[in-house]
Design a protein around this ligand. Structure first.
Ligand code: 2AM
Ligand code: CA
Length: 263
């Protein structure tokens, strides 16, 4: 695939911010971390990365709106385009030196996701997708896995953690899912879980209480890799509810059924 000018802009921005995060990862002990709330750290690293992303994206596409995890909404003059950006998805992993984190950049036009880039600077894996043009990992075209039975599947999930989510409900979901699948995994960076489903590494993934910047790029990635993504009802929009279930069509349907039965 010859990347479009738009994808080139996004990739360039992601790689520059990625270099910054990688440097910060190397100096993680020296990182000044301020506490935003229980288990909700905001490091200097992600603020800096977001500013870089904002600067690069705004320069290349002046006027587009920008929604970022750190800075919130920055209105643009172009009301139809909005960047949806997580400068550091998987913050907890990052702060612990676990190389499972990413920059996630999505672009919406009139409420439709049209482009996405997810970049893990630690292993240099770069995922790109554009509406109607497919999804790619380092130039290789992606396709969701083809498994049809849940008992053959490796499924990733999110877990409620300190200060966030419904622990009892989360435990019920786990107890219900565990005996039905070949393996359950929890990696801790939503964008990379979505990308891994697009790449067919994972057969499915679900998580609750996410934010648009965790989801935007990865949702397009899944759709462009031939997968299905929704909220907990099976046909609702994760960008509106914050909950996500995905996989190929069959596995998505199975996951929806199992999780609906939990309540
Ligand atoms: P983050 O690292 O950017 O915060 C882990 O379960 C996933 O949930 C991560 O992708 C994490 O993104 C995301 N997440 C979304 N909102 C969160 C919050 N308030 N606290 C912790 N993780 C959150
Ligand atoms: Ca995130």
């Amino acid at each position: 695939m010859i990347p479009s000018a738009l994808i080139n802009v996004m990739v360039k921005a992601a790689r520059r911010a990625g270099r910054s995060l990688k440097r910060d990862l190397g100096e993680i002990e020296n990182l000044q971390v301020s506490l935003k709330g229980p288990a909700n750290y905001v490091s200097n690293a992600d603020k800096r990365a977001e500013e870089m992303l904002y600067t690069d994206l705004a320069k290349a596409r002046p006027g587009y709106g920008f929604l970022g995890e750190e800075g919130g909404v920055r209105e643009g003059t172009d009301k139809s385009h909005t960047w949806i950006v997580d400068p550091l998805d998987g913050t907890t992993n990052f702060l612990h030196g676990i190389p499972q984190f990413a920059i996630s950049i999505g672009l919406q036009r009139d409420d439709v996701l049209i482009a996405g880039v997810i970049y893990n600077p630690a292993n240099d894996e770069l995922y790109i997708s554009e509406r109607g043009k497919g999804a790619f990992l380092n130039d290789q075209r992606l396709r969701v896995a083809g498994r049809k039975q849940l008992h053959d599947c490796v499924i990733a999930c999110g877990l409620p953690h300190i200060g966030r989510g419904d622990l009892q409900h989360g435990l019920k979901e786990l107890a219900t899912m565990m005996p039905k699948v070949a393996g359950l995994r929890r990696f801790g960076a939503a964008s990379l879980d979505l990308a891994a489903v697009a790449a067919g590494r994972l057969d499915g993934y679900w998580e609750r209480d996410l934010q648009p910047w965790d989801l935007a790029a990865g949702m397009l990635m899944i759709r462009e890799a031939g997968g299905t993504v929704s909220g907990m009802l099976g046909n609702d929009d994760p960008l509106k509810t914050g909950h996500v279930i995905c996989g190929n069509e069959n596995i998505h349907r199975e996951l929806v059924k199992v999780l609906k039965a939990v309540g």
